[in-house]
Design a protein around this ligand. Structure first.
Ligand code: THU
Length: 160
């Protein structure tokens, strides 16, 4: 039977990250302060590192009409692609802070954001590593979003 397996990195803390990834995750942790999350109080931050050295950040922005809210990942990537449409994305870091929570268990991107990142990766023409960590605790490095979205739907499936 065919199986799907993938390799990822699981580090005990952000201290084990390269300096580039450490700073990117720190930016994602810090920007959680800017989240607008009055309904869930789950404050998500995302930082996108570009080849030109710029880091673009985004947060979740909720809405009284709940489905209208946007996740931090799509917020950050929309900003990055709007400002630098032709720049290669080197990596994305995602973190969160939850005033009532433990803040030590990494959260993985939701399904809609996985699909969004998948499209960005296609446009990017190279894999985009995802650095995932809470305010403290373990950090995961997922080498491509395709590992979180097997058999993904993409441009090649859209035969029109
Ligand atoms: N959220 C994100 O920003 N990113 C994700 O990948 C998962 C969920 C936000 C959406 C909502 O504002 C809050 O977290 C709770 O679901």
């Amino acid at each position: 039977m065919p199986t799907f397996e993938f390799n990822y990195d699981e580090l005990p803390s952000d201290q084990e990250l390269s300096s580039q990834y450490f700073h990117l995750l720190s930016a994602a942790k810090q920007v959680t302060e800017n989240a607008y999350a009055p309904y869930s109080n789950f404050r998500v931050g995302c930082a996108v590192l570009l080849k030109n050295g710029e880091t673009l950040v985004g947060v979740n922005i909720e809405n009284a009409s709940y489905p209208v809210g946007i996740c931090a990942e799509r917020s950050a990537l929309s900003s990055a692609l709007s400002q630098y449409p032709d720049e290669t994305i080197i990596a994305i870091a995602i973190s969160y802070s939850s005033p009532e929570g433990e803040n030590n268990k990494a959260a993985f991107p939701c399904g809609m954001c996985r699909q969004f990142i998948s499209e960005c990766e296609h446009k990017n023409k190279q894999a985009i590593p995802l650095i995932l960590g809470a305010q403290q605790g373990k950090v995961f490095i997922i080498h491509t979003v395709q590992h979180l979205l097997p058999f993904s739907f993409g441009k090649d499936d859209l035969v029109i």
